[in-house]
Every structure is written in C-alpha cells, then in structure tokens.
Design a protein around this ligand. Structure first.
Ligand code: SCA
Length: 338
C-alpha cells in the first residue's frame, strides 16, 4: 500500500538520496548531512508540539510503499514563513511614465524587493522519485497537504503559498541570477541557492539591490524567465493551479520563479473534503479518492477507489486500507476526490 506519513529519524538515508536526486535549484533539500538531520528532528518536534497559532513549525512527510519500505518521495508544510528571518520576494509591478505635453505614455515593469508573504504558510519540498512517477502518486504527494491543512487549520495561516522552482540549465545556471551576479554579487547561483537552503541568508540583505529594478534594463535572457517555472516543475504547478492557486506577480529573488498563492477556504481539496466515520467491509466499484486519518502524530493518508454514497456519514474501507491508515471501525477520516 502507498502511504503518506510523517518523516522519522530512520528515513535519513532515503532523504539524503532524494536531496541528491532533486539537484540544483531545489532549495529546501540541500545535500548537507547536518541540515537534513536537523530537518527531520525539527519535523518530529513540530508534530509533537501543542500549537494554537502558527510559528516555527515545519512538517515533513514521506510517501512510502509499505510492502517494500521504499521511500518514494517527500513533501512538506512550513507553518509560517519569515517569522525569525526575513522572507524575500521581488514583486513585479508597473509604473507609468507619461507626459501629456509630449504625448508620451509608457508602462514600465519594475521589480521591487519585499517581505509581503511574511507569516504565510508554505507548501514545499515536493519531490517524487522519477521511477515512482505513475498513477496518482504525484497527485497524492502534493494534494494530501490540503486535507492536513483543513484538519489542523489552527496550525497554519489562511494564506497558503508555494515558491515554484524557476528556470536554470542542467549545470544549475539561472539567467536571472546571472544578471544579478554580474551587477551585484560575485557568487554563482548553485552557491547562493545552497547558502539559502542551509539558512545563511544574511548575504541577501547585505548585497541584494534595494531599489526597484526596471525590468527593461535586465538582459533579454533574464527578462524572459521572470515568472517562468523550470521544465521539471510544470507538473507541480499544474497540480496547484487545479486547486485554485494563482500567481499574483511575486517571484523568487534568485531564479525569478513564480510564487503562487491561495486562501485555504478556496483550495478545492480542502473546501470539498468531508469527514466520515469508518466502516470496514468490501468496497464495490468506485471513484479515486484521497483519504487521511485525523491523527496528528500518527497521521496517515493514501488514495484508493471508493464508493461514497451521498446520503450517509459513513465510508466503507477495506480492512487492509484501514490498517494502513491506522483507523478502526467508528474512527473519523477526511476524504475528497483526487
Ligand atoms: C511534482 C511531481 C511530484 C508530480 O508527480 P508526477 O509527475 O507523477 O505527476 P502527474 O500526475 O504525471 O502530473 C501532474 C499534473 O501535471 C500535468 N503535467 C504533467 N507534465 C506537464 C507539463 N509538462 N506541463 C503542464 N502540465 C503537466 C499532468 O497532466 C497532471 O495534470 P492532470 O492531473 O490534470 O492530468 C513530480 O513531477 C516531481 O517530483 N517533480 C520534480 C520536482 C519538482 O520540480 N518539484 C517541485 C519543486 S517546487 C516545490 O517544491 C514547491 C511546490 C510544492 O511543494 O507543491
């Protein structure tokens, strides 16, 4: 059975392999032993913590094939970004240069450094190993987080964001960063990205251009990638767009990848999910659903085909599925169509 569960200390080797596989530009999983171990222990502490308002919690999950024990991928939620170090974006806006007397009217795009997403909750660290990218695995790994957000909403902000990986080549070079590097930094993109991933972000505040940048002054290559995602990240953004996420002009300060956002109440899988009580039995032909238990530390989620009658508060689960979800007859689960 395919199951989502909180990460544990003994997943370290798998997490390291995933950090290596995910490659350049995947900021949240740098190849660094100490940092990866810290990520696991921080997540374990977050699941144990009593929380009434979102703070410095980070919840890291893995997708596991329970028959083989293979960890197939990761995904995560940050409770609130930018509360103990600044969380930067560029916002793509417009200024108008106009002169009535000369009959000139020009709209110019500008990038302005900001901390507008401070306090938002963040979806991050979504990575499914290449040979596991089949059936509904990727969808489950991205979208079960909306069931978790809805079930434990007191632990998160109403505003949910995701920073999508921007354009870089196979050597990790980003055309946007190339321009910044030439004019403001002497650090290459993989190094800057790595330093951010391990939490050493002071250099951003020290060296980043503080005044708005006229987009037309950037190189053509840099202009072309503003708000564009990395080719490998198209499925990830497509999954979020299908849930109602949209791009409001905020881009990453390193690779100019788009940040997308949605309010929890408008996210399809959270909004349409419902709670039902478990009955164990045989399941007839049905539709694909994702389903989770309502436990925090023993959180489990999966997807399967279910027949879910409208006029009932119950859902019938096969015994093996109930076992995988750590639920028994009479327990509550949350589910929605996947
Ligand atoms: C994102 C996942 C997990 C998705 O898994 P799969 O590729 O198996 O998913 P899938 O079901 O085949 O595709 C998901 C949806 O994307 C569509 N799709 C596939 N390829 C596409 C393309 N080139 N352009 C546009 N849409 C595309 C599919 O039709 C499907 O939509 P329909 O259902 O409509 O048919 C994986 O691709 C992956 O690990 N990618 C590499 C890592 C990565 O870039 N991660 C994101 C970093 S950014 C991040 O982590 C923050 C964001 C976050 O955490 O969510």
């Amino acid at each position: 059975m395919i199951v989502i569960r909180p990460i544990r200390a003994d997943d370290y080797a798998a997490l390291y392999d995933i950090a290596v596989e995910s490659g350049h530009g995947f900021t949240s999983l740098p190849v660094n032993d100490e940092l990866l171990m810290r990520k696991i222990s921080r997540s374990e502490r977050s699941f144990q913590k009593t929380v009434t308002t979102p703070g410095d919690e980070g919840y890291l999950f893995v997708l596991e094939d329970t028959e083989t024990g293979l960890v197939m991928g990761t995904s995560a939620l940050e409770a609130a970004v930018g509360l103990d170090d600044a969380f930067y974006h560029y916002h793509l806006g417009k200024v108008v240069h106009s002169s009535r007397s000369l009959n000139v009217y020009k709209t110019v795009d500008i990038l302005t450094l900001c901390n507008d997403y401070t306090g938002a909750s963040e979806l991050c660290t979504l990575f499914l190993r290449e040979n596991c990218r089949q059936k509904n695995n990727g969808k489950l790994l991205s979208k079960f987080r909306f069931l978790f957000l809805k079930e434990f909403s007191e632990r998160f902000s109403d505003r949910i964001i995701a920073e999508m990986r921007g354009v870089s080549d196979e050597n990790g070079n980003s055309p946007f960063w190339q321009w910044l590097q030439e004019h403001f930094f002497s650090v290459d993109f993989p190094t800057a990205d790595y330093l951010t991933g391990i939490g050493q972000k002071v250099f951003i505040a020290e060296l980043m251009p503080k005044y708005p940048i006229y987009v037309s002054l950037l190189s053509k290559e840099a202009q072309a990638v503003i708000g564009q995602v990395h080719g490998k990240t198209r499925p990830a953004i497509s999954l979020l767009q299908s849930e109602g996420f949209s791009h409001r002009g905020y881009v990453d300060i390193f690779d100019a990848g788009p940040t997308v956002e949605a309010n929890l109440e408008h996210i399809r899988s959270a909004r349409d999910s419902e709670k039902r009580q478990v009955r164990i039995g045989e399941v007839g032909k049905g539709q694909p659903y994702m389903i989770c238990n309502t436990k925090l530390q023993s959180f489990r989620a999966t997807w399967l085909e279910l027949a879910v009658p409208e006029d009932s508060d119950e859902v019938v689960l096969p015994a093996a599925c109930a076992e995988g979800l750590l639920v028994q007859a009479g327990d509550w689960v949350r589910l929605t169509r996947i």
